[in-house]
Write a protein that binds this ligand. Structure first.
Ligand code: ZN
Length: 497
């Protein structure tokens, strides 16, 4: 298989990838809502689509990768309409909404950096695209698929569904939706329960508000992605990605809005990563198992037995195919840590070996085995980006490299060409495509001494109840990649990333 095949969630089959413009790919991924810290559930889509971006670039495509920041909007949570998360949290934290947005956007970028995710080409914000959203809503109203009631605008789902495949992406049936949609605030003003908000009138206490043709209000959540993706990637673009949990209502609504506004389906390939479970349980507030990324890196969460390096988490995510469920547990993360170390040791050993010069392999069977394993890696990636199988193949080659390093077999067991293929495969797959890095070990004695001093200073600050100084020390260390963990009895430990 020398061409890339992608599983399209919309058609539910693997399809050969053919970009709209040869040599170019438009990729849109739903970004974070920056009303709070990113958690483990956010790590999977961003690592997954980072690999999609990296692989497309590896294949020679010029990728325009757009990932938005949701910093305003009317959100829905677990099937229920919720308040504006940013506005609500800003009140709670006594911050200006944009202060809150800045804080959590920075924290998100920091975490993405730790995961070695390549920055998107454009990172548009919802608040920066209110005009585009209003204009798109006007367009949908003009085309007869949205209506205004009391300063809010709703999309007419029933009318749309009469002539379009509403529910095709998420597999939902409109009649079921009508029956299962719960009674919600402001729902009475909708013509139909299944209709969703494009614009909401702002209540007096709502702090994030903009003028619109329908009065003062704020945009619905779904419309921002339709407005921003079409602005930067065109009315029809190549790939739209996100977590499976976004299929409904978010992506289903995006399809409906964009199809009406632009007269064509917006996306050629829909890609969705599966969800993460923790110790076999769904992640959620009710299970008390939502682990923030900072907690994962510091180990500061009751579920965690230790701190986990961002590369271990990244590796663990890539050890499963992105469409499989992924269960997080201390055991699996610890196994990943060991495996990544072994794999990296083999990679380092390989770099240190002297390449054979012979064209003939001393051990034809081994030579053939390596060539096949390397060739398969390309096939696995082209088969809907099966990173799990690629890593397994590289892992299988580690003992061969270790035997060469230990002198048990000579490098001349394989031909010069095969040796070069092998070296190239480790570099390309591990570093360029999977985006993995070496685990840095923090054994520097001088650093230990400095950390002892800093920890002592923080303890003193806490003892005199100077929490501002104590937080400052922790935050500054965190931004330098050193995570402090408060242990029992006032002790502190640290990990370096
Ligand atoms: Zn979105």
């Amino acid at each position: 298989m020398s061409e890339l095949y992608i599983y399209n969630s919309y058609t539910r089959q693997k399809e050969k990838f053919e970009p709209i413009t040869p040599g170019h790919v438009g990729l849109y991924v739903c970004g974070p809502t920056v009303s709070g810290e990113s958690h483990l559930g956010h790590a999977r889509p961003y690592v997954t689509f980072d690999v999609v971006n990296r692989y497309l670039q590896h294949l020679g495509y010029k990728v325009r990768y757009v990932r938005n920041i949701t910093d305003a909007g009317h959100f829905e949570e677990e099937g229920r309409e919720a308040e504006d998360k940013v506005g609500k949290k800003a009140l709670l934290e006594k911050l200006e909404p944009m202060e809150l947005v800045h804080k959590y956007t920075s924290l998100f970028h920091w975490a993405m950096n730790r995961f070695n995710c390549i920055e998107p080409s454009i990172e548009p914000t919802a608040t920066g695209h209110i005009i585009e959203q209003i204009s798109m809503i006007e367009d949908i109203i003009a085309k007869g698929y949205a209506y205004e009631v009391n300063g809010s605008v709703y999309f007419d789902v029933k009318k749309y569904a009469a002539s379009h495949d509403y529910g095709k992406l998420s597999g939902r049936v409109l009649d079921d939706l009508l029956e299962t949609t719960r009674q919600l605030d402001g729902q009475d003003e909708k013509r139909d329960k299944a209709d969703f908000a494009l614009w909401k009138k702002a209540a007096p206490e709502h702090i994030m508000r903009w003028k619109s043709p329908w009065g003062v209000g704020f945009p619905g959540w779904h419309i921002e992605c339709s407005a921003m993706s079409s602005k930067y990637l065109g009315e029809r673009f190549d790939i739209h990605g996100g977590g499976m949990d976004l299929q409904f209502p978010h992506h289903e609504s995006e399809i409906a809005q964009s199809t009406i506004a632009h007269g064509c389906a917006p996306v050629n390939y829909w890609m969705h990563n599966n969800m993460i479970t923790i110790n076999g349980k769904k992640m959620g507030k009710s299970y008390n198992n939502v682990i923030k990324l900072t907690e994962l890196f510091s180990g500061d969460h009751p579920i965690l037995e230790q701190a986990y390096h961002p590369m271990v988490i990244r590796f663990n995510i890539l050890q499963s195919h992105y469409r499989s469920t992924l269960d997080f547990s201390n055991e699996s993360l610890q196994a990943s840590e060991k495996a990544l170390k072994r794999l990296w040791e083999a990679y380092e050993a390989l770099k240190g070996l002297t390449a054979p010069t012979g064209q003939e392999a001393g051990d034809a069977a081994l030579d053939q085995k390596i060539r096949q394993a390397v060739a398969e890696c390309a096939d696995f990636m082209n088969d809907d980006l099966n990173t799990a199988k690629v890593l397994a193949n590289l892992f299988d080659l580690a003992p061969v490299i270790n035997s060469m390093k230990g002198g048990i077999i000579g490098t001349d067991a394989i031909s010069a060409e095969t040796f070069s293929l092998l070296s190239n495969a480790f570099k390309v797959y591990l570093e360029d495509i999977m985006g993995l890095q070496a685990l840095q070990q923090a054994n520097d004695e001088k650093l230990e001494a400095v950390m002892e001093l800093v920890i002592q200073m923080r303890k003193e600050a806490r003892n005199r109840k100077d929490f501002e100084a104590s937080d400052k020390i922790r935050n500054m260390l965190a931004s330098a990649g050193i995570m402090l963990k408060d242990e029992k009895g006032g002790e502190m430990s640290y990990t370096i990333q």
